[in-house]
Design a protein around this ligand. Structure first.
Ligand SMILES: Cc1ncc(COP(=O)(O)O)c(C=O)c1O
Length: 424
């Protein structure tokens, strides 16, 4: 029974060709902003202008035979919202178009997308090679759970191309990185990694959550799969959780079966929020980046800041690479790390906490990619669960502060940061 059940499940909701990116109403001749506003929507007979929210868990059939045809795969269409939902599909199609992928698969959160990637593309005995600068929960998932199921995991310095090449093993199946990375906004050479992967039959998976397709399209640079925490800039206002994978039809079909079987699905309401978020993504990212460039310029000149990790600075080691990889002019993202110097009796951690606690407007929170500027002490929050050794390797020291520069007036953001930095 279990085997035939698995077989039946895999027949459910095989792709309706109309859901594919290449069947978008728009065709291929539209600009990115037009795609962001219009792609993926299929109007119902009601003629609604804006995208509706389909809050339904299941779908009805014309007859018993029609139901059977949906289940045996002779007919395509919705059967259950854990599998597919029209609001989720609109978001998937719009995001796929923006990332220039054939298809996207939405998930309940960014971590849900990363777990889906692991379950779809790795098995016991495989090796996952990852950048050592990653969001803390991604490292936790790889070390605590993938390792538990027999996947070998190792890490390399994300900016060291030779180290990547040396770390490839015969059983390496996935190379995984974030670019820019959390929390130091480090940049990986996606083109180089793509060549390395192609030469060794490895999948290249890039978390594009910090750049978003408004700044960078990893698939165009040679990646096989893009990961998103939609929770961040795709929403852009810190309202709901979600995630997505984007790539070829074939790879996405494998991801889709994991999401459907494992129940890692996105809620229709959240999908609607993200769909509407995508409409303003490029405009928001432009404004975020402009503010971030000015905040970085302020921080780099402050006497109580020892280092600013932001590829928009012309002397950053990855400045040129980021300039090539990001297609938005002066768009280096809006997340940066900066290290606060110890001062008097305050060690670096106390000095960093002083700067955080002195803010009056900026939000002390671990989320990022929000219209509101957020400030975080990674060593004691997002990266707290890592071993001290892993934290050190990832460059997460006690004086490090992560800033997600928002859309407030930049003078107010700078004034709020100066309050603590000036009084050290
Ligand atoms: C780079 C990156 N990827 C993935 C995630 C996980 O996303 P979520 O919180 O939506 O599960 C985060 C969360 O902060 C992140 O920063």
């Amino acid at each position: 029974m279990s085997q035939s059940q698995t077989q039946d499940e895999s027949n459910l909701n095989t792709l309706d060709p109309n859901w594919r990116n290449d069947a978008l109403d728009l065709g291929l001749d539209y600009g990115m902003q037009t795609i962001a506003v219009r792609a993926g929507q299929h109007r119902t007979d009601e003629g609604e202008h804006s995208e509706p929210i389909f809050t339904t868990s299941s779908y009805v059939y014309q007859s018993a035979a029609d139901a059977a045809a949906h289940f045996d795969g002779t007919k395509t269409g919705n059967v259950y919202s854990r599998h597919t939902n029209p609001s989720v599909r609109t978001f998937e199609r719009r995001l796929a178009a923006l990332e220039n992928g054939e298809r996207a698969v939405a998930t309940a959160s960014g971590m849900g997308a990363i777990l889906t990637m692991c379950l779809a593309y790795l098995k016991a005995g495989d090796h996952l090679l990852a950048a050592n600068q990653l969001f803390g929960s991604s490292i936790g998932l790889f070390n605590n759970y993938m390792a538990k199921f027999g996947v070998e995991v190792s890490y390399v310095d994300c900016f060291d191309n030779d180290a990547w090449a040396k770390a490839v093993q015969p059983n390496t199946k996935v190379i995984y990185c974030e670019s820019p990375s959390n929390p130091l906004a480090q940049i990986c050479d996606i083109g180089y990694l793509s060549q390395l992967c192609k030469a060794n039959d490895i999948l290249l998976v890039v978390d594009n959550c910090f750049a978003t397709p408004a700044l960078q399209r990893p698939l165009d640079l040679g990646a096989d799969v893009v990961i998103h925490s939609a929770t961040k800039y795709l929403d852009g206002q810190g309202r709901v959780l979600g995630g997505a994978l984007v790539g070829s039809d074939k790879l996405m079909q494998e991801a889709f079966t994991v999401v459907r079987s494992g129940g890692i699905s996105m809620s229709p309401f959240n999908a609607w929020v993200f769909t509407k978020g995508l409409e303003t993504l490029k405009l928001r990212m432009q404004a975020h980046c402009q503010n971030a460039n000015q905040v970085a310029a302020f921080l780099v000149n402050h006497p109580n800041v020892s280092t600013v990790h932001f590829s928009g600075l012309s002397d950053h080691p990855a400045h040129e690479l980021a300039t090539c990889q990001h297609h938005m002019k002066d768009g280096y993202g809006a997340i940066m790390g900066f290290e606060v110097k110890p001062s008097g009796s305050l060690d670096s951690k106390a000095a960093a906490w002083h700067v955080i606690d002195s803010t009056q407007m900026v939000s002390i929170t671990n989320n990022l990619g929000d219209a509101k500027t957020t400030i975080t002490h990674p060593a004691t929050t997002t990266h707290f669960r890592l071993t001290a050794e892993a934290r050190a390797e990832a460059g997460v020291n006690d004086g490090l502060i992560r800033l997600s520069v928002g859309l407030e007036d930049v003078e107010d953001i700078i004034k709020d940061l100066a309050r603590g930095l000036d009084s050290l």
